[in-house]
Design a protein around this ligand. Structure first.
Ligand code: F3S
Length: 406
């Protein structure tokens, strides 16, 4: 059976709504056909990725401009992934005029396309919070994991153009994680070691992601119930997304679909994790001197920032210290005195950007410490940085002394 389109969808495909809308519908329909979907579903929101000029280059910028020139506009709420720099403080942070100029042109193109230029990988912190069972089309692997698993919304891992096409058409093809049968757990994870800190959750996610191979993990984890926070679920999901492209997981007693009857698929397999050390070894280089300590991957909320301020306890930092977050969250943090507290120690609350997609070499950074397994996974290959991965406390120690502790 083929992809059944409504009269409205067929009209859009025929170009009745203009060339920009037609191009978007062509992309959505092509994906539907490739993946054997039977229909398109309306989406309630979209998260668009592909923002850093460093990744897009001139060809990517032209592609966006041309689509905007063709009259394409988002018809559902659409938010945007991080850029390659802080859109306001780029000069103070050391970004070049030429990069900034091109990066701002990308943001302008997205604005013309009707996308809210939120520049965050945590859109759920800035009002894009889909509800249980809603269909959405999100790009950005950590956000996809959060939307599916923690919020119980339904999205595949969209790419930049496919998410934008969904925003313009207001639709996505109903396949993969939009369908009940693909949301069942196929890998039961039994954890037999303590998982308490943020970096423990990242390490666990790294190991499970590596082992998952397209399966949906289900965690039966006693410890997690006592210590879980949103930050820890973010860390777990982001790590699995980075190491194994996991887009959905369930945690018994915590995530909204974990209690659904029959959530464990017949024939599920079991993975036992009894030691996090292999993940720590895989994510750590032996580097000692630390140039930059990075928190906020995925983008930090106020609680995570307050925790850093509390643990920093007024100490001055020797290495650069960045907490990345959304502009709107930075404004809230500013109102609560958190930005001033971080700056008083010599750190920065940096908005709009992600260190992995920024031209970090141009800023003179060679080494990085982070409690984010996703950041530690991508920083070597994407940003050319040598990485130390550890607890928030270890990272702050490195910030204060400029050297990895121990
Ligand atoms: Fe976000 Fe970048 Fe980390 S997009 S999840 S801050 S790698």
């Amino acid at each position: 059976m083929g992809l059944g389109l409504s009269a409205e969808e067929r009209a859009s495909l025929a170009g009745d709504l203009g060339p920009g809308a037609r191009k978007a519908m062509e992309i959505v329909v092509a994906l539907g056909r490739i993946y054997g979907a039977r229909r398109l579903v309306p989406v309630d929101s979209v998260q668009v990725a592909g923002v850093s000029y460093r990744n897009l280059g001139e060809a990517g910028l032209e592609f966006l401009r041309e689509w905007a020139d063709q009259g394409a506009r988002a018809c559902v709420p659409a938010t945007l992934n991080p850029a390659g720099m802080d859109l306001r403080a780029w000069r103070e942070l050391g970004f070049s005029e030429s990069f900034a100029h091109r990066q701002l042109a990308v943001i302008e193109a997205y604005r013309r396309l009707g996308v809210r230029t939120t520049c965050t990988c945590a859109p759920y912190l800035v009002g894009n919070v889909p509800r249980l069972g809603q269909h959405v089309a999100w790009a950005e692997s950590s956000a996809v994991s959060y939307a599916n698993s923690v919020l119980g919304a339904r999205t595949n891992r969209e790419g930049g153009p496919s998410a934008l096409a969904a925003a313009i058409t207001g639709r996505t093809a109903a396949y993969g994680l939009h369908l009940d049968e693909n949301r069942r757990a196929t890998l039961r994870v039994v954890v037999r070691c303590p998982v308490r800190t943020l970096s423990d959750f990242g390490a666990l996610g790294h190991l499970v992601g590596k082992a998952a191979r397209n399966r949906v993990p289900y965690f039966a984890l006693q410890d997690l119930e006592e210590t879980r926070s949103d930050a820890m679920l973010k860390a777990l999901g982001a790590a699995m997304a980075a190491s194994g492209a996991v887009a959905l997981y369930h945690v018994a007693g915590i995530t909204p679909e974990a209690g659904r009857p029959g959530i464990l698929a017949p024939g599920y397999e079991t993975l036992v994790v009894d030691d996090l050390r292999p993940a720590l070894a895989a994510l750590n280089s032996g580097v000692r001197k630390i140039d930059l300590v990075w928190f906020g991957c995925p983008h930090a909320d106020l609680e995570e920032m307050a925790e850093v301020v509390r643990l920093l306890d007024g100490r001055r930092v020797k290495a650069a210290l960045w907490i990345t977050t959304a502009r709107e969250v930075r404004e809230r943090a500013n109102a609560e005195g958190l930005v001033a507290a971080v700056e008083a120690s010599g750190g920065r609350v940096v908005a709009d950007m992600c260190a992995v997609v920024a031209p970090m070499q141009e800023l003179g950074f060679r080494t990085l410490a982070t409690p984010s397994a996703k950041g530690a996974t991508y920083a070597p290959s994407h940003a050319g940085l040598q990485v130390r991965y550890g607890t928030v406390e270890q990272c702050l120690e490195a910030a204060v002394t400029g050297v990895w502790p121990g």
